[in-house]
Design a protein around this ligand. Structure first.
Ligand code: GRG
Length: 295
């Protein structure tokens, strides 16, 4: 990772925070407590990997800033909603997220449910508004809906909930993560690129190969960190996978083989970007970031 990339990353994490703050309902707007809780869930926290993927992919095709910013905010809102719901007692039942009490602890369960619902609706609202060709916007909305719904993130979460205590094969584990985490990461890459131009099938194929590799790498690293890092560093409860008897890459392959797999997937991601040349440098560096992250 270069100094240039680190500078770009900080700048765009800050931009993501500003754009989210602008596009979320104000706390003065009724119902004020719900809007305050939505802002609590979405602002001031997280690595903003999905927004960074949108911005870095947008750079490939000089995407217009307004559409790119809305796409970045939309994927982070969907992600924030998924975390709020995932932390609820009916799912993972967690008290800590992004170094803060989870939404149902800070507020209450009913509010957490509504925060997730409202963040999801807000994501589609912000992407439907603003500048840009209506057909591009429609294609982007469709992609985000597919990535979030029952054949994407929600479907992956359903498989995850059904898998507790089961011995999944490597293929089954991969399919679950491709949906649960990979679908939104893929959508982030494609939404960024689509903001700039209508993609050819060759471009979609190359970006898909990149997204598939980083999506899986993200999850492998998540499993490694869950087994090796502490809660203070992670900002969420560490060791939860083993405690909950969940199948992970670490439980399936062991720690060392999981680390090797993450490195191999990073190399595959880099390889997939070759057709895009220098313009893809930040996507290249984001793959490194995903694999080298400590939280
Ligand atoms: C409840 C519909 C629904 C879906 C939940 C994404 C997800 C599906 C659950 C999150 C549980 C989890 C810990 C998944 C592992 C990978 C993951 C998405 C980690 C959190 O993402 P980061 O590390 O979080 O990008 P930050 O806080 O940095 O944004």
């Amino acid at each position: 990772m270069t100094v240039d990339f680190r500078h770009w990353m900080k700048q765009h994490q800050q931009l993501c925070e500003t754009v989210l703050s602008d596009l979320l309902p104000a706390t003065t707007l009724v119902p004020t407590r719900l809007h305050e809780a939505m802002r609590y869930a979405a602002l001031d926290g997280g690595k903003r990997v999905r927004a960074l993927l949108v911005f870095a992919a947008g750079r490939l095709f000089s995407a217009p800033p307004d559409l790119l910013r809305r796409a970045a905010a939309a994927v982070e809102m969907i992600h924030a909603y998924s975390l709020v719901h995932d932390d609820m007692p009916c799912m993972d039942d967690d008290a800590l997220r992004r170094g803060k009490p989870t939404v149902h602890i800070k507020y209450d369960e009913a509010t957490a449910l509504l925060v997730g619902d409202a963040l999801q609706a807000q994501a589609f609202l912000v992407l439907s508004e603003g500048e840009g060709a209506p057909e591009t916007r429609l294609a982007m909305l469709r992609l985000l809906a597919q990535a979030s719904g029952s054949t994407g993130m929600c479907g992956g979460q359903a498989i995850d909930l059904d898998s507790v205590g089961l011995a999944l094969s490597r293929e089954q584990l991969e399919q679950m993560h491709r949906l649960k985490t990979g679908a939104l990461l893929r959508a982030s890459v494609l939404l960024g690129a689509m903001s700039g131009k209508t993609l050819s099938s060759v471009e979609i194929h190359a970006l898909d190969a990149y997204a598939a590799a980083i999506g899986l790498a993200f999850q492998v690293v998540d499993d490694v960190l869950d087994a090796t890092a502490d809660s203070a560093t992670l900002g969420k409860t560490a060791g939860k996978d083993a405690a909950d008897n969940k199948p992970t890459y670490v439980s399936l392959l062991g720690l060392q083989a999981s680390q090797q797999l993450a490195a191999q997937l990073c190399a595959e991601a880099h390889q997939a970007l070759l057709p895009f040349g220098e313009q893809a440098q930040y996507l290249h560096d984001l793959a490194d970031l995903i694999v080298q992250r400590q939280a």
